[in-house]
Write a protein that binds this ligand. Sequence first.
Ligand code: GCU
Length: 691
Amino acid sequence: LDADYDECWLRYPRVDDADRRESYARRCLHVYAGETSPQHGAIRDELREGLEGILGREPHLWQHPPRSADGFLVVGQPDLMEVVADSVDAGMVRSLDDDGYHLRSTTWEGAEVTVVTAPTDRGLVYGTFHLLRLMATGEPIDDLDVVEEPRNAERLINQWDEPFRGTVERGYGGESIFKWEHLPDLRERYFDYARLLASVGINGVVLNDVNTTRPERPGDLAGTGEFEGVDLLDEQHLPKVAALAAVFRRYGIRTYLSVNYASPMLVGDLDTADPLDDAVAAWWKDKVAEVYDLIPDFGGFLVKADSEGQPGPYDYDRSHAEGANVLGRAFEPYDGRVFWRAFVYSDHDDRAVQAHAIFEPQDGDFHEKVTVQVKNGPIDFQPREPVSTLFGDMPETHLACELQITQEYTGQGVHVCSHVPLWEEFFAFDTHADGEGTPVTEAFAGTEGEGIAGVGNVGEDGNWFGNYLSGVNLYGFGRLAWDPTLDGESVTEEWVRLTFGDDPEVVETVTDILQDSWEATVDYETGGLGLIHMMYNGEARLENHYDPAPAEWPGYTGATEDGIGYDRSSSGSDYVDQFADPVAERYDDPETCPDKLLLFFHHLPWDHELDDGRTVVQTLYDNCFAGVEEVKRLREQWRSLEGSIDEQRYRHVAERFDEQVEQAERWRDTLVEYFHDYSGVADERGRVPLA
Ligand code: GCU
């Protein structure tokens, strides 16, 4: 089937090396796979398409072991297939995590057999994609003995798709792919999206934006009447949700919904949403039961409450735990839960302090069926932030961490900016919550109800993402959510090989560009010393958070004539105190605070000297200029690939690089002038004030 869009990393091109292809064919041209579950259907489809691409010939699919073949691939659970039970340690497979799997090369009755097995059908889906990935990147499969289990139980995509508009909030890859007005009719794109997600190990998808309150005047596509009154929890829309859930189910992915806290009033006809009101509790119970009737494997709800205009328990003077628990209790009979976001402001002057001040005191009060979902940093997906202090400080609560895959603050649909290195830095952070060696990942790893959510980045564009290279962010997110200890560079290289093929020059160049892209963005958008929140916040949807406008936010940068930075030390807002020692001590002292976060924690004189002898203001200038030079260098590297990759993708990225360079210059110029206006200090190298 020809789709009018890119296949991303599921291209399955024919393997050039004839010997290698032969060895794959010997082991995989014949496939014995089950046919009894929706996941089996997905596995058979994927193998048909993938193997045909890779081997250059159509595979044969069997419902029993193909005894005449010299070799075959078998995909199934040990308890349901004799060949599998004979070929692996069945007890070991049964004991794997539900999403785990095992790949093994062996022989069976004289035939060379490749086994993909798992304790569940979902594990079989992941195992199948793993095997295809090995072949698509030309790796040998004659001697496989792979055992995989995810390090995080919950690996969710949070779509910020706005059903009442058909658009995506902070989405730069076009309109929403979900066409609510046409559902339950299905589009091929839904299946392909599910394939992309399952191929990197995602096991849940929240279909709609956390901002569920419909705007007074629905924008964009409104006025057509099509989107008015869309509420996914109502009787009209739940069957549509069920239709999508069936697509995702085939790939082992569970479906979730963002819900409005005032739903008992908006969807139901109660006159309150007070969590302590019996009628409200009963309403949620009934609603959840109604959902499970239609979608037996429903994943749960995601809630943004008491945040940025959304209703919540505060409307009734109730706490977040009280607010969340009424929902949690409604999930008691089911295998599902509530993800309750900690992105909540309070009236404390320092926004960094707020979420912790609200949530940490409620540690232990949240229902078993509630997960508190915390953004990686204390502010809001800035190019670089310290790690949120809630991680490690809520041991009695199920936690999930929320990352942003979409590039709201890092160049949106234009800039090349891989978040993989950002996430690696985050995952490696040692909270010291349980003494030295307590990486932040431990705060959300392990048990059911804990894991990682990522704000999605796909839309209706032909290439799904806006910027073609932004595909690495979805791919990298999935792979790292599965295992945050994976090496980011290897994950990136894997994506490049699957996406662009294995020409060594292309692989190395694109990998290097992506790996260096984030630090470049941090330099030109922040000056590289921990400043944040200097972006434009106007009405126009596209420029919003894309252009620089530091003067709009005096409170965030702390710029004065005397100095710059926000004092979060013990003599300031004391945000540092929320960290465990020795992290708190390290951040509290400008001498030991890492330069990259220095001005996040300290307000320092413009001429304060850093270790290398340069002043704060000079370093800010230098970094802003260096960021632009770095983007130019990355653009040159990309240009060196002309002719080595197809014209269409080459041009697409080259054009975006041109715009990125201009935009980086705009950021640099705006920031250095801003620093100069306050400090009055000229650049030692004569670049500022600008000519
Ligand atoms: C950011 C973003 C909003 C979003 C919010 C959230 O502030 O700009 O669009 O709604 O985060 O995470 O809820």
